[in-house]
Design a binder for this molecule. Structure first.
Ligand SMILES: Nc1ncnc2c1ncn2[C@@H]1O[C@H](COP(=O)(O)OP(=O)(O)OP(=O)(O)O)[C@@H](O)[C@H]1O
Length: 365
């Protein structure tokens, strides 16, 4: 469980301004040991700027940054260059463009990160071999970057970032230049390294699928603000901000699907519910029980299955029909079930094309 003692990074009211442009406004966040945090937002939202403050590649204009129990920036005061260099070895970073040295072999690219270490030459050689094994590139020690595919180059960059055994790995759009299949391989590698080495990961991306695949927690950025945050499951299944809904896709897809029925709104004897369940409560058949117990009929209007960080999540939207007493019984019963049930607003099935706003969901569970 997360607690204060496992905080590896803490931003406290951090602001970054470039002249008149403020790229990050008043950002506060905590990163816990061993987690994978996704930072998502459209281009220009301030994601890179925010994450670059974590190793002071970007000096903030105000606020406080604490990394691995060291205050590295406090309202204008920066730690000494020597301390900063030592700290940066504990915080690895990978980028969209790989940043490899094209004139050096793969082994030398990785060894480059160890040039200031106290390891002997043979220890460095051994460490490089081990790092190449970690990223499944044992065969490529003597190859040059130009001979490698984009996915393989990113693997080299990951090996180099891990050379000094960092506790934290920052990934800035590391899969954005890769095709979907290679993206999945790199994401799975990051997850695997997170599990095996316990390295904490910050994944900056504009791709929701990347976040859904491996992140434990997510922060959504818009115009330099952290507009939404929470556990992946909560944010994906119940996004609060319109921007997050757009990213998550599921909700806007749901809205489009429901609008396509052209129901023209709910009748007085109808209610709309969204049911969400995982593998642990997939056996609870809400629709069947509503009929058995109270004679309440329900029609399924929408269904989907998502995979969130390896966990299967099902979503059903049902239209429940009954008299006043039955509707109350149905509402109470759904609230008592293990599955998550939310009553949805009738605007989702009304004839005007207006989508639901933030007040359109009312939790019953
Ligand atoms: N060095 C800089 N000087 C001036 N403005 C900058 C600088 N770096 C970033 N900005 C501005 O800050 C804002 C946020 O940029 P940032 O790169 O952090 O966003 P982002 O969400 O990472 O977007 P992208 O995915 O396109 O990189 C943008 O308006 C950008 O133009």
């Amino acid at each position: 469980m997360n607690n204060e003692s496992d905080v590896v990074i803490e931003l406290d009211h951090v602001r970054v301004s470039f002249g008149d442009t403020t790229a990050v406004h008043d950002a506060s966040l905590k990163l816990h040991k061993g987690e994978i945090l996704g930072v998502i937002g459209f281009s220009g939202a301030g994601k890179s700027t925010l994450v670059r403050t974590l190793n002071l590649l970007q000096t903030p204009s105000a606020g406080r940054v604490r990394v691995l129990e060291k205050t590295i920036f406090d309202d204008g005061t920066v730690i000494k260059p020597r301390e900063l260099r030592a700290l940066r070895r504990r915080v690895g970073m990978i980028f969209q463009g790989f940043n490899l040295l094209n004139q050096s072999s793969i082994a030398d690219n990785i060894a480059f990160a160890l040039r200031h270490s106290e390891l002997s030459e043979s220890d460095i050689e051994q460490r490089v071999r081990h790092l190449l094994e970690l990223v499944h590139l044992e065969e490529y020690a003597n190859a040059y970057p130009a001979q490698l595919s984009g996915g393989q180059k990113q693997r080299v960059a990951i090996a180099r970032a891990l050379a000094n055994n960092p506790e934290v790995l920052l990934s800035d759009e590391s899969t954005s230049a890769l095709d979907p299949q290679t993206t999945i391989q790199i994401l799975d590698l990051l997850k695997d390294l997170n599990r095996r080495l316990g390295v904490t990961v910050v994944l900056i991306t504009h791709e929701m699928d990347a976040v859904k695949r491996i992140c434990d927690r997510i922060i959504v950025m818009e115009h330099g603000e952290l507009v939404e945050r929470g556990a992946l499951r909560d944010v994906v299944l119940h996004p609060r901000q319109a921007m997050t809904r757009e990213f998550v896709g599921g909700s806007s897809e749901t809205e489009r699907s429901l609008a396509a029925y052209h129901l023209g709104g709910l009748k007085p004897n109808q209610r709309l519910f969204q049911l969400t369940y995982g593998v642990d409560n997939v056996d609870q058949s809400a629709t069947l029980e509503l009929y058995r117990r109270f004679g309440v009929e329900s029609s399924i209007l929408y269904g989907s299955v998502d995979v969130l960080n390896g966990e299967l999540i099902g979503t059903l939207i049902i239209l429940v029909t009954g008299d006043a007493q039955q509707l109350k019984q149905a509402t109470d019963y759904l609230a008592s079930m293990d599955i998550d049930a939310q009553q949805l607003d009738s605007s989702l099935v009304s004839s005007d094309d207006e989508g639901a706003d933030d007040s359109s969901e009312e939790r019953v569970a």
